[in-house]
Design a protein around this ligand. Structure first.
Ligand code: SF4
Length: 114
């Protein structure tokens, strides 16, 4: 089986073709550098994503947040439920940890709010 991917490890966006035998990766083609191969292997075996969103604050407004590191892709909806049910206590500075433990990551503010 072949899988077509676009590498997101840099802005060049190389088109990758991954050949799989079941769950085993046979080859990766189209990558311009080793990061593309690493991305393709991770994407086919254990895909991860950084969650970038907004979160409610205790004044009723919103603050921009993201996960401090990528989390398993299959946990994204669960992560959004946790983030959507939480409330950030103001004031908040960029980099403040709002939710300390979320699927091996944490949720941090990417915006200052007073
Ligand atoms: S394969 Fe390398 S050069 Fe191509 S998009 Fe990925 S990181 Fe960039």
């Amino acid at each position: 089986m072949k899988r077509e991917l676009t590498c997101i490890a840099c802005p060049l966006g190389c088109s990758l073709t991954v050949t799989l035998d079941g769950k085993t990766i046979v080859s990766v083609e189209g990558n311009t550098c080793p990061r593309g191969k690493e991305y393709a292997i991770n994407e086919c075996t254990a895909p991860v994503r950084t969650v970038t969103t907004t979160m409610r604050c205790d004044d009723g407004g919103l603050v921009s947040v993201k996960t401090s590191k990528p989390i398993p892709k299959e946990k994204m909806f669960d992560a959004m439920e946790v983030i959507n049910s939480a409330v950030a206590k103001l004031p908040v500075s960029v980099g403040d940890i709002i939710i300390p433990d979320l699927f091996g990551s944490s949720v941090i503010a990417t915006q200052e709010r007073k």
